[in-house]
Design a protein around this ligand. Structure first.
Ligand code: FES
Ligand code: FES
Length: 165
């Protein structure tokens, strides 16, 4: 028996035939759509390396069944840069050395984008650390990551003020 699911991934509608209804969103992205920027760390919801944004909320894609997100809007790390220009969070991670080996970085960045969209970041480093606590970094780049999130929040706030003015 085969199934199919339709997702909008980074703005493009994709219909995928599934031979197993248990395929996770993470495996669908990596193995069926070749979007390997989303990483598989623990594959059990503990590290955050697989974080993507689904219908505006960040989730661990290793815990999500692809079929249960039929019709969803999915944003992955590959969809962040626009017109050859990095997203403000990506630029801030580079500027603040928010990475070492880089394996956790796509998940960290997607989580940061999600928490800024949720309005949870604020200017308090402690709140940022808490809101990012589902994303583990074995290299211990946490200081740079926190600084990058705070910087990106400021940049995006300033950009939205300019848009309103
Ligand atoms: S791979 Fe999904 S939380 Fe670790
Ligand atoms: S940069 Fe290496 S695990 Fe985070």
């Amino acid at each position: 028996m085969s199934f199919s699911t339709t997702l909008t991934v980074n703005g493009v509608t994709r219909n995928v035939e599934l031979d197993d209804p248990r395929i996770t969103l993470l495996d669908l992205l990596r193995e069926r759509l070749d979007l390997t920027g989303t990483k598989k760390g623990c594959d059990r919801g503990q590290c955050g390396a697989c974080t993507v944004i689904v219908n505006g909320r960040r989730i661990n894609s290793c815990l999500a069944l692809a079929i249960s997100h039929d019709g969803a809007d999915v944003l992955t790390i590959e969809g962040l840069a626009q017109g050859g220009r990095l997203h403000a969070v990506q630029e801030a991670f580079i500027a603040h050395d928010g990475l070492q080996c880089g394996f956790c970085t796509p998940g960290q960045i997607m989580s940061a984008v999600g928490l800024i969209q949720e309005g949870q970041a604020g200017a308090d480093p402690e709140r940022v650390r808490e809101s990012m606590s589902g994303n583990l970094c074995r290299c211990g780049a946490y200081q740079g990551i926190t600084e990058a999130v705070l910087q990106a929040q400021k940049t995006l706030d300033a950009a939205s003020r300019e848009e309103v003015a």
